[in-house]
Design a protein around this ligand. Structure first.
Ligand code: FAD
Ligand code: GLY
Length: 382
């Protein structure tokens, strides 16, 4: 096999597929090379929250990028659903960010002030108001940040929808095609080697999630990625228990259209692998039951794990690497589903030389100065 393309995308996760979709729409000849199946890793483990206002702790170019990505979904989703024929169950059911400790209350009040100042749609609710809005929330709490328009999707379906829509636009997908090596000529990336042969292109985009750094000979300068494993459980309710997504300090409950309720997720830094520990199941169920006791009547559905790709400063790597022609779209950590819409567009703009926002160029450059792990600007507060 010896194939020539304009752009090769390594990795068929949500960010590789979104990037392929945007490039194929712009009439680029694109191939996605995936070591197993499209959406096999983190993108199918995600709870699907599109929470620009729920996990990013401070005002920054990253917050701005996340909001811009969130704002693309209302138009992008019907477009993808129509092209792919896949429903992604997009709902804007709102999110309650629950203060389950006094420390969390202080932290959320600070978030409320900064988001209000930025003109975001956000309200502060007392604990009585929380219980009025959702009487099934019964555990001890001290009020909540209410993000009325917050949305969510079924992440595995959204990943498949990007892939199918990209294929409809002309992208080629090669599953069970692991990239073993980058092919370089005079210091520039010109292709990749796979067990089935070589592929060549003008540009290569590495979107391998937590595995991006594992292709040999990328060099010392290639930026670090820290795997952070997350485990989730899913229950089934016969009648709706919660209407809104509930996000507490170290867990969340996401009610899905159709009767599943996801409780997530653990954070195991440095761990990879898909096994789910018994202690994670116990921890998540006990957290969920203590806040929403009615969930004890639900039936067991399933449990799973995925690996989040974390960067040293919490911001994704989106841009040109130190190897000419090799681009990186990885490191989306806890927000890769939310960020997928703009990641695809931004990567396509970069490849076409049209990416203009200088703050984003600097904030997400894989070549930015990163020495050691910083306090993350994204995350839970445990
Ligand atoms: P991945 O989905 O991991 O895809 C990378 C792909 O590259 C994989 O399919 C892999 O097989 C392939 N690959 C790697 N190396 C090679 C190679 N050498 N050759 C070929 N293919 C290769 N985000 C949200 O926005 N909202 C949420 O609610 C949310 N919940 C989450 C819950 C959990 C439990 C977890 C674990 C994550 C959650 N996330 C959430 C984060 C989100 O899932 C990730 O940020 C996102 O899926 C990363 O997507 P990706 O495409 O970069 O990587
Ligand atoms: N954003 C939810 C998670 O990563 O678990």
């Amino acid at each position: 096999m010896n194939k020539n393309y304009d752009v090769l995308v390594i990795g068929g996760g949500i960010n590789g597929c979104s990037t392929a979709y945007q490039l194929a729409k712009r009439k680029k000849q694109v191939a996605v090379l995936e070591k197993t199946k499209v959406g096999a890793e983190a993108s199918s483990a995600a709870a699907g929250m599109l929470g620009a206002q729920s996990e990013i702790k401070e005002n920054s170019p990253f917050f701005d990028f996340a909001k811009s990505s969130r704002d693309m979904f209302p138009d992008l989703i019907p477009e993808l659903e129509e092209k792919s024929g896949i429903s992604v169950s997009f709902v804007q059911n709102g999110m309650l960010k629950i203060a389950d400790t006094m420390a969390e209350k202080e932290h959320l009040e600070e978030m409320y002030r900064f988001q209000k100042k930025e003109g975001e749609q956000v309200e502060w609710l007392s604990s009585e108001q929380v219980e009025q809005i959702d009487p099934s929330i019964q555990g001890e709490h001290f009020g909540a940040l209410y993000i009325r328009g917050d949305g969510q999707v079924k992440a595995p379906e959204l990943t498949k929808a990007y892939a199918r829509a990209a294929a409809v636009e002309g992208a080629d997908f090669y599953e069970y095609t692991p990239v073993l090596q980058l092919i370089q000529k005079n210091g520039s990336a010109i292709g990749v080697e796979t067990p089935g042969g070589s592929f060549y292109a003008d540009q290569v985009i590495l979107a391998g999630g937590a595995w991006s750094r594992m292709i040999p000979s990328l060099g010392e300068q290639f930026p670090e990625l820290v795997p952070v494993k997350g485990e989730c459980v899913s229950l089934r309710v016969s009648a709706p228990v919660l209407e809104k997504t509930v996000h507490a300090s170290d867990f969340y409950i996401v009610p899905k259209p159709g009767g599943s309720v996801i409780i997530g997720a653990t954070e195991r830094e440095g761990e990879m692998g898909k096994e789910v520990s018994a202690s994670a199941v116990q921890h998540l169920l006990s957290k969920g039951f203590s806040l929403v006791p009615k969930l004890q009547d639900a039936s067991w559905e399933t449990a799973w794990a995925g690996v989040r790709p974390q960067t040293l400063d919490g911001r994704p790597y989106l841009g040109q690497t130190h190897i000419n022609g090799l681009w990186l779209a990885a490191g989306h950590y806890r927000n890769g589903i939310l960020l997928s819409a703009l990641t695809g567009k931004w990567m396509a703009d970069l490849i076409e030389g049209k990416a203009a926002d200088s703050e984003w160029l600097a904030a997400f450059s894989p070549q930015r100065n990163l020495s050691e792990k910083e306090e993350p600007i994204v995350g839970i507060n445990d």
